[in-house]
Design a protein around this ligand. Structure first.
Ligand code: SAJ
Length: 412
């Protein structure tokens, strides 16, 4: 076996499930994270993120000793880097977590090691990663400047899993494996074949980096089309949901769903990496971002107009997460909308979010978290922000007499 010990750097939404799946195949996995509390939680066999069945897999691999978490890297045969790549205030990518991970593993690297970057990254990042490693370890050779055979191999393989289905998709999805040399790619394929049942498609690192950005930008642009339609339909007084349903009966049309905006840590972020690498040509991609980022403001204006009709409006805000049936509130347009309603003092805000125990800090003390029944009884305005299963079941008569603003088309 080429890989007896595999180290996963970054134990978040991607790193932890990946580490657990590999450990479940009987391979020794060392998970590394800068957060002592995440490390302690995992070593107790518990999880610090919500993802279906992840708790069961982690408990089992920690109990059998196949997965352990640490804060400082230890030697391994392969290192998989799954750390965040946010953007900075000016939409420029922030590679500081990757650089820090590179510096952290450099001291334990050995001849024959493989390093794979999984974090969503702008084109050219894998080359930078190899450069950082080479700077720290002049005693080893790295795949830079076309070197074909090197002491350490470096490759890029983006994760593509859908939150909520991570454990299935980690195994079933095809993977794009981009090597800095052909040797790097071949070796990385052997690593992924340990747990991936989908196909591993070989390319170079730059193309693999761009493939990931392209997938998420494709979705962003298509959602922006739906969101733009929803604005136009309001202007010309057409039900956008009926319109899309009808248009989608054309054999070659498949319009996505309008919503309150695009959230999550991927689709709302990754297109900017393309824009920053070629601002002049990335026109549709940039505009799509702007259209989707504008949608929460549009929803807020709509609510404020509706609230003007009431003396002391009570507004029930249904849902806070960035999409249905999950607890993840990162970059959530729903949270952004409720925050803005607080800011403009739109009315008394009741928030219903069945998937979380408490409101985010930004809303604590400013809106009241309550249950669905209580919210619907008191509301003048019902603002549907997330299409959670609990909200889909609400019967029409319970909404009778309320102004309804349904951003997800659940009740139309
Ligand atoms: N949304 C709409 N209308 C739609 C579809 C989605 O408004 O028709 C909104 C959602 O409500 C949410 C946002 O878009 O706020 C993003 O949700 P999503 O389900 O489209 O995607 P994510 O962010 O959960 O996961 C995406 C996936 N990428 C693609 O489908 C191309 C996933 O495969 C990636 O692995 C993930 O990003 C990632 O980590 O990059």
């Amino acid at each position: 076996m080429m890989f007896n010990t595999i180290s996963v750097i970054g134990l978040g939404y991607i790193g932890l499930p990946t580490a657990a799946i590999i450990a479940s195949r009987g391979i020794n996995v060392i998970g590394v994270d800068v957060s002592q509390s995440a490390v302690d939680t995992i070593n107790k066999g518990e999880v610090h993120i919500v993802e279906p069945d992840l708790d069961i897999v982690v408990r089992s691999v920690v109990q059998t000793g196949m997965l352990k978490a640490v804060t400082t890297p230890e030697p391994a045969d392969a290192f998989m880097i799954a750390v965040p790549t946010p953007f900075k205030g000016d939409h420029q990518p922030d590679l500081s977590y990757i650089e820090a991970a590179a510096k952290a593993i450099a001291s334990v690297l050995e001849k024959g090691n493989l390093v794979v970057l999984e974090s969503t990254s702008p084109v050219g990042t894998t080359e930078k990663l190899a450069g950082w490693l080479a700077d720290a370890r002049p005693d080893l050779t790295f795949p830079l400047n076309g070197a074909a055979s090197t002491d350490v191999n470096v490759a890029y393989c983006p994760e593509r899993v859908l939150p909520g289905y991570v454990l299935q998709e980690l195994v079933s999805n095809d993977r794009v494996v981009g090597g800095l040399s052909s040797e790097c790619a071949q070796k990385a394929v052997l690593l992924y074949e340990i747990f991936v049942k989908g196909e591993c498609l070989i390319s170079n690192a730059r193309t693999a980096e761009m493939a990931k950005l392209t997938e998420n930008s494709f979705r962003d642009v298509n959602i922006a089309f739906a969101n733009e339609l929803s604005l136009i339909c309001d202007t010309v007084q057409i039900n956008v949901w009926e319109l899309i349903k009808l248009a989608n009966r054309h054999p070659r049309v498949n319009i996505l769903k309008p919503g309150p905006g695009v959230g999550g840590h991927c689709i709302a972020v990754d297109p900017w990496f393309i824009v920053s690498s070629d601002p002049e040509n990335a026109k549709i991609i940039k505009t799509a971002r702007e259209v989707n980022d504008g949608k929460p403001h549009y929803v807020v204006d709509k609510v404020v107009k509706a609230a003007d009709r009431f003396k002391e409006p009570v507004i029930a805000c249904l849902g806070l997460s960035f999409k249905a049936n999950i607890d993840d509130m990162r970059e959530s347009p729903a949270v952004q909308i409720v925050e803005a309603l607080v800011e403009v003092e739109a009315g008394h805000l009741l928030v219903v979010e069945p998937n979380v125990k408490k409101l985010p800090d930004s809303l604590e003390g400013k809106a009241n978290k309550t249950n669905l029944t209580a919210a619907l009884l008191q509301a003048d305005i019902v603002l549907l922000l997330v299409d959670h299963k609990e909200f889909r079941k609400i019967q029409a008569e319970r909404l009778h007499g309320c102004v309804i603003i349904d951003t997800r088309g659940v009740w139309v």
